[in-house]
Write a protein of this length. Structure first.
Length: 298
């Protein structure tokens, strides 16, 4: 992930090294190269435009500094603007004053929601919480069993509908899961929901109904960073159909070009809270915009 983008940006910025002064033409040429690098990395066009405009404006208006030469100043500006589009500060989970807090996961099938439920539960447990997972993906035949498996691995209980009671109503299961959390004094409820392969109205309605019924403290939109530009389209559809308060990027270990990671926050206005980078429960971390920007700039 990000290898090509990193290589490109590093070489563009390297071209500035050793220059004692930067002309307007230098800045324009650099901005053009950065634009190509971002577009090649599959960053959404409006995000590229905003980014380039900000970098150019700041580079041209930069005060001559004692500490940094003009080239270093451009590197600093690019770095700061990258941190900015990635969200600036790390945004912590929003938890309820009166437990249990409810965290709902939404996203397309295959995005990595169920895996993430296990990762999040394990991480929360490590932070001293007592989470419970609730299986509201009643669409995919194996989803409940899969959640039970990740729950077991994470050492966290899973609330699921009784087998043999038909397909069941996900809204009802979500409500009962929260009742169970209250009864057994779990302080955080993670609700896994159904996804489809593509955005579809019924799935959106179901997720929106669950959201309305349980009023989660966080709705996390889980998105596969490997799907490139589609990540932005899907995010926009979920923002309209369900609404969410934060984003989780998955599959950052893949070899995609990384544009999704750079676009999603800016396009939806919602922060990226966590990053998932592998199939194991440990392959998970809080998202740090500054660390991600440093990784991109190599
Ligand atoms: P769901 O349909 O949204 O619940 O998605 P799943 O949790 O079932 O994940 C779909 C597939 O992606 C599974 O094979 C997971 O093992 C895999 N997966 C999930 N997260 C990651 C990740 O961060 N990296 C990689 N490489 N694979 C992942």
């Amino acid at each position: 992930m990000f290898n090509t983008l990193s290589d490109r940006l590093t070489s563009v910025l390297q071209n500035l090294r050793g220059k004692g002064r930067l002309s307007e033409a230098d800045i324009d040429a650099t901005a053009r190269e950065i634009r190509v690098a971002l577009l090649e990395a599959d960053v959404a066009l409006p995000v590229v435009r905003t980014f380039i405009a900000k970098v150019k404006e700041r580079a041209k208006g930069a005060e001559v500094s004692q500490a940094l030469n003009p080239a270093q100043q451009v590197v600093k500006i690019v770095n700061e603007e990258l941190v900015g589009i990635l969200g600036g500060e790390t945004r912590r989970l929003n938890l309820a004053k009166n437990p249990p807090s409810v965290i709902m996961l939404a996203g397309l099938q295959g995005a990595g929601k169920t895996t993430l439920a296990g990762k999040l539960a394990k991480w929360l447990k490590g932070q001293g919480h007592t989470p419970i997972l609730v299986a509201c993906d009643l669409q995919r035949p194996n989803a409940v069993t899969q959640l039970q498996v990740v729950g077991q691995r994470a050492g966290v209980p899973v609330f699921a509908p009784e087998p043999g009671n038909g397909v069941g109503d996900p809204v009802d299961v979500a409500r009962k899961g929260i009742e169970e959390a209250r009864r057994a004094q779990h302080d955080i409820v993670v609700v896994d929901t159904a996804g489809r392969l593509g955005v579809d109205e019924e799935m959106m309605r179901q997720a929106a109904d669950i959201r309305a019924a349980v009023q989660p403290d966080e709705v996390l939109f889980v998105v596969d960073a490997m799907i490139g530009q589609d990540a932005v389209n899907t995010a926009t559809a979920f923002a309209e159909g369900v609404g969410f308060t934060g984003v989780v990027l998955t599959k950052l270990d893949g070899d995609a070009r990384g544009g999704a990671a750079l676009s999603v926050r800016e396009v939806t206005g919602q922060p990226i809270l966590f990053a998932s980078n592998g199939e194991k429960l440990e392959d998970f971390d809080v998202f740090h915009p500054d660390r991600m920007a440093s990784r991109i700039l190599g």
